[in-house]
Design a protein around this ligand. Structure first.
Ligand code: HEC
Ligand code: HEC
Length: 258
């Protein structure tokens, strides 16, 4: 098996591009196809991961305008407002368990259920839900073709995180960090560095590295390992056995957090 991909991470250039071209802020122009477009013959792995990135933050995944208003379907009892209320993950969680998972309390609590009930259902059946009154997405936001990718993700891309993540304490408890070290050093490190500190999405002295995120929110990082981070040129492990992702997560949780 050959994995070959071109890695281009340009931080200073990216900062310049934020002013020049918001759509390309996180990657170079030549990566537009990989980050935002679809391959001619879509594999199931690509389609599920693409759906997973839309689930995460669809406007970055699809290169659309970020919504300004709060989602009218977001419960008034919830603490969030603005664009985040349009993210699937904001109502259903990174662990897909909604009010029964990590979002059972705290600032993300909405009382909305998880999406496990739709696992294994047909794309057509799930599409009906994704176009109902709880999901007021317009075609300009997410087209039917794109929403069908999300539906496939809902049907076949959900995983049960409870065997390896302690949901109550939000910590990694499973996986083999020694096996994960090999995966991290040969794949993730190309962009994140061997210690995970090459990319920093924090501000000022408040650093946010892979290690910081893996320690604080392993459920979120697990979702990103399986689907990639939306809007940037990142790889994902969707095509590989799930245990690879669990092992790399176990290793990521041992990396420096600051
Ligand atoms: C503003 C909150 C909100 C957002 C954002 C949201 N949903 Fe929902 N979703 C709901 C509500 C409310 C229900 C009905 C279930 C309930 O009341 O607990 C629901 C139900 C579902 C169900 C059926 C539940 C089951 O048992 O499987 C699926 C699947 C689903 N949503 C997927 C998505 C996807 C995919 C997205 C993003 C494209 C999304 N939702 C965005 C609020 C939301
Ligand atoms: C080809 C380059 C590349 C590779 C390989 C890569 N990433 Fe990333 N990753 C990125 C970029 C670019 C970002 C965005 C960083 C930013 O927002 O500043 C990112 C973001 C992330 C984030 C942060 C998401 C957030 O919450 O903002 C995590 C976590 C992450 N990567 C984990 C991993 C792991 C684990 C691997 C290996 C399985 C990996 N990445 C492989 C490029 C890569």
């Amino acid at each position: 098996m050959t994995i070959s991909f071109k890695i281009t991470v340009v931080t200073t250039l990216a900062a310049t591009l934020i002013l020049a071209a918001p759509a390309l802020a996180k990657h170079e122009e030549e990566a537009q196809g990989f980050v935002h477009e679809a391959p001619l013959h879509q594999s199931e792995a690509w389609t599920i991961a693409s759906g997973g990135r839309i689930y995460d933050k669809w406007w970055n995944a699809l290169d659309r305008d970020e919504p300004e208003e709060t989602n009218p379907a977001y419960p008034s009892s919830g603490q969030k407002s603005g664009s985040t209320t349009w993210r699937c993950k904001e109502c259903h969680g990174w662990d897909y368990d909604g009010e029964d998972g990590v979002y059972a309390g705290g600032s993300h609590f909405t009382g909305i259920s998880g999406i496990g009930g739709s696992e294994g259902k047909s794309v057509d059946t799930i599409m009906i839900t994704l176009r109902d009154q709880n999901h007021p997405y317009t075609q300009e936001m997410i087209t039917d073709e794109e929403m069908a990718r999300v539906a496939l993700f809902v049907s076949r891309g959900q995983i049960d995180m409870t065997p390896f993540i302690d949901i109550e304490n939000r910590t990694m408890v499973g996986g083999d960090p020694n096996r994960g070290r090999g995966i991290f050093q040969t794949t993730c490190a190309a962009c994140h560095g061997f210690d995970g500190r090459m990319l920093d999405w924090g501000d000022g002295d408040n650093h946010k590295y892979v290690g910081t995120e893996a320690a604080a929110a392993p459920d979120e990082v697990m979702h990103k390992v399986l689907n990639a981070h939306p809007g940037v040129q990142m790889i994902n492990l969707r095509a590989f056995p799930l245990e690879y992702a669990i092992d790399v997560m176990a290793y990521a949780a041992t990396l420096p957090t600051e």
